[in-house]
Design a binder for this molecule. Structure first.
Ligand code: ADP
Ligand code: ZN
Ligand code: MG
Length: 494
């Protein structure tokens, strides 16, 4: 158990080495090798058939959509697709695995040698290698609680048997728990963009095993690793790694050796426990699956997967930063999900100023949502409402102060912008003579600023516009006001 006794100096002597194995369930209509629907949340043991139950005499038939999704995901993480790959049986006994083996891929996976990029603490990017992506099928589920007799019984739900999975194995390139967190975040984002998985961790469609070892800085060989199994959130992966790194350093510092083993993360206690050591490790007795031919990814299949590949998050952010003059932070918010980015861009296309739509969405709407602790989907103001507001601002039909008031009403009444605008139709002073009176007053009251303007500081015009706007309680027509202020300041007769 890591003690607080490990000094920063001791910790600093070591370098962690981390590699992550991520399982994602593929969002196919049916299972990997049979026609059963692939659906989470059905009545237990209803989506099953002789094939996924492994009844004698049944034969698997590979789902073409699963291959397409695995290929698409492989391309998105820059892997090389193997034209020919092999399915293998991974044999072990477990109550939720009626066949006694999982169909997986072993020495010849569908894809290898990929990478993704993650941002580093220094503001740079780092490339994390991906060893392989292979296809396999999921096992069923043991249900240990929720029944009146759960204290003495475990129930089995076999609906998950045969669900198609892609397992993505990283190279041991990750060096800190934060980097592991970034890797998972980026990987999940890429997979969500490609549409091959919903990556829902609560429902188990994305699961992560974390491998970690430590070595003295400068050492060329890796240390002995421990594998922390099935951690169910990215934050827990980070916490489990932090714990595990300290534990291993402490083991080494006390003169002992780290043993290769699988460990379990206990979130309630914030620590890992030994699950099984190498001696008890499974020998899966892999052998080629005799009931399935080699998987051939043809040129047509590859072309299809390529054509289905969307613009990926990193590229999309770079393009949007340039196109809408966004900060990286704003671009990250706008591209948080592909759906959100799509909705923004579709709406922005029809607006007079896409930049202004982005601004309203992020600052005016985003700020109000954040203050209320709401998600983007809970905004009362639709994307179309934001576009209308942006256009009204752009042509000067409403002032930004009026817009703020209208947005306040939208949030108070949970009502979209167009109907609030129609009803409230904010007063605007579009009468030149009325505005001129106000401008004259402001000019008379601020002789020093007038002097500065006349001396060539043209930006002072904004000061006068602001003063008159305030005097008009935000009701002056901004375009007209701008024009009149400049005219007055430039005219001779004052
Ligand atoms: P195994 O043979 O134990 O399954 P693999 O070579 O298949 O190990 O790697 C499994 C995962 O463990 C990969 O993500 C890899 O990057 C990572 N890994 C391998 N060796 C180490 C190590 N010494 N320290 C940390 N992670 C490692
Ligand atoms: Zn089935
Ligand atoms: Mg391995």
């Amino acid at each position: 158990m890591p003690a607080a006794s490990l000094s920063p100096e001791i910790l600093a002597k070591y370098e962690p080495v981390i590699g992550l194995e991520v399982h994602v369930q593929l969002l196919t209509a049916t299972k990997a090798f049979c026609g059963c629907v692939n659906h989470f949340g059905s009545e237990p043991n209803t989506n099953v058939c002789p094939v996924c139950l492994g009844l004698p005499g049944s034969l698997p038939v590979l789902n073409a959509q699963a291959v397409d999704f695995a290929t698409r995901a492989s391309l998105a993480i820059n892997c090389k697709i193997n034209e020919r790959s092999i399915f293998a049986r991974k044999n072990y006994f477990y109550p939720d695995l009626p066949k006694g083996y999982q169909i997986s891929q072993f020495d010849k996976p569908i894809a290898e040698h990929g990478w993704i990029e993650v941002p580093t603490a220094e503001g740079k990017t780092k490339r994390i290698g991906i060893m392989r992506l292979h296809m396999e099928e999921d096992a069923g589920k043991s249900i240990h609680d929720g029944f009146s007799d759960s204290a003495t019984r475990t129930y089995i739900d076999l609906n998950r048997c045969g669900t198609p999975l892609a397992e993505i194995v990283s190279e041991p390139d990750i060096r800190t728990p934060d980097e592991a967190y970034e890797y998972l975040t980026r990987l999940k984002e890429i997979l969500l963009y490609t549409g091959v998985s919903d990556c829902n961790m609560e429902e188990g469609s994305l699961r992560c095993d974390a491998n970690v070892s430590v070595r003295l800085k400068g050492a060329s060989k890796f240390g002995t690793k421990a594998e922390v199994k099935n951690v169910n959130s990215f934050r827990f992966v980070r916490a489990a790694l932090e714990y595990e790194i300290e534990r291993q350093i402490e083991v080494i510092e006390s003169g002992e050796r780290v043993v290769q083993e699988s460990r379990l993360w206990n979130a309630a206690e914030g620590r890992t426990y030994s699950m099984r050591s190498k001696e008890q490790a499974h020998d899966y007795r892999y052998f080629p699956e005799p009931d399935l031919p080699p998987l051939i990814v043809t040129a047509e299949m590859l072309a299809l997967a390529k054509s289905e590949l969307p613009e990926l998050p990193e590229a999309r952010r770079a393009r949007m930063i340039a196109e809408y003059e966004l900060t990286p932070q704003d671009a990250a918010t706008l591209t948080a999900t592909r759906e959100f980015a799509d909705r923004f861009e579709a709406a922005a296309k029809g607006a007079k100023s896409a930049r202004r739509v982005a601004n309203l969405l992020l600052s005016e709407v985003g700020g109000r949502l954040k203050a209320l602790g709401l998600e983007q989907e809970q905004s009362p103001i639709s994307m179309d409402g934001i576009v209308l507001a942006a256009d009204l601002l752009e042509v000067g039909t409403i002032s930004s102060r009026q817009l703020k008031q209208l947005f306040d009403i939208c949030f108070e009444k949970s009502e979209d912008f167009p109907s609030v605008y129609e009803r409230e139709k904010p007063q605007q002073i579009t009468d030149s003579s009325a505005l001129e009176v106000m401008i004259d007053e402001v000019i008379a009251a601020n002789p020093k600023q007038v002097e500065q303007y006349r001396a060539g500081k043209k930006t002072m015009a904004a000061f006068f516009v602001g003063q008159v706007m305030r005097a008009s309680k935000g009701q002056a027509n901004p375009a007209l006001l701008n024009e009149l202020v400049t005219k007055k300041l430039d005219s001779q007769q004052i």
